[in-house]
Design a protein around this ligand. Structure first.
Ligand SMILES: Nc1ncnc2c1ncn2[C@@H]1O[C@H](COP(=O)(O)OP(=O)(O)O)[C@@H](O)[C@H]1O
Ligand SMILES: [Mg+2]
Length: 250
């Protein structure tokens, strides 16, 4: 397993990880100004598995995702990544001075970049926007470009930090089904950070609850692939998660 050595994180020297895991973390800690936010996080994501990371606002979800993405030099603990990871944030983070296609192509090399970019844009339904400027896109379109920019790298793991959180409800539903389709086609694993219980239940194979700086609970989502919120089993899981998050019954 390739290991991360960013900052204070040290990678395992081999033999410690789950052989089938695309991502592992052991004892990840992070404090801000002496206040611990992550207090020893352990997790493992299998190849092709979609895991939702659920937690209240300020529970440390984004902090953990940044650590796992190798973007936090101050964290301690061990993380291991097998293959390549790509990140999608809540804000699209497109460069406004580059056209859509050039944003997707950023950092890519090789003779077939143009074809790969076109394919990625087509996959998110934006084949005709390659020459558009980011400012010309709707919020949902810009976020689809961000997804294309991640996809074009052929990632083994997508790290998604509330990627649909800023979108209106209808666009969010469309993005959720897009993610399900892309996942079925590409088979990437994903860690989906969300505070939306329904989104977690719709998309994930397993849910991790971040609370008190640790993974406080792990909930397998034993629902069929064509799951929907009106199924009794879906409702029961939703109730259990909302209870756990401290949201009183309606
Ligand atoms: N760069 C930072 N400096 C100081 N405090 C931070 C920083 N980043 C996050 N925090 C604090 O860490 C806690 C967790 O933040 P965050 O990971 O963004 O939570 P979540 O994504 O679950 O809402 C919050 O209390 C936040 O204020
Ligand atoms: Mg966050």
């Amino acid at each position: 397993m390739a290991t991360r050595t960013t900052g204070n994180l040290t990678g395992p020297t081999g033999g410690t990880g789950d052989a089938a895991a695309v991502l592992t973390a052991h004892g990840v800690r992070r404090a801000f100004d002496g206040r611990p936010v992550l207090a020893g996080v352990d997790l493992s994501i299998a190849a092709g598995e979609v895991v939702a990371l659920l937690g209240g606002s300020g529970s440390g979800k984004s902090t953990l995702l940044r650590v796992l993405a190798g973007l936090d030099a101050e964290a301690t603990g061990r993380t291991g990544l097998r293959g390549t990871a790509a990140v999608v944030f809540q804000e699209h983070r497109l460069l406004p001075w580059k056209r859509v296609g050039d944003n997707v192509a950023l950092g890519l090399t090789g003779p077939d970049v143009r074809a790969r970019v076109d394919r990625a844009l087509a996959e998110v339904g934006l084949a005709d926007r390659r020459r558009a400027w980011p400012a010309e896109l709707s919020g949902g379109q810009a976020q689809r470009v961000a997804v294309a920019r991640a996809l074009v790298r052929g990632p083994d793991l997508l790290l998604l930090d509330e990627p649909f959180g800023a979108l209106d409800a209808l666009t969010r539903l469309r993005m959720q089904s897009l993610l399900r389709r892309l996942r079925a086609e590409h088979g990437f694993a994903a860690l989906l950070v969300t505070h939306d219980v329904e989104e977690a239940l719709l998309l994930a194979d397993r849910i991790l609850l971040l609370d008190g700086g640790v993974i406080a609970e792990e909930i397998p989502v034993d629902l069929d692939p064509a799951r929907s919120p009106d199924q009794p089993a879906f409702g029961a899981l939703r109730r259990r998660l909302l209870d756990r998050l401290g949201v009183p019954a309606a």
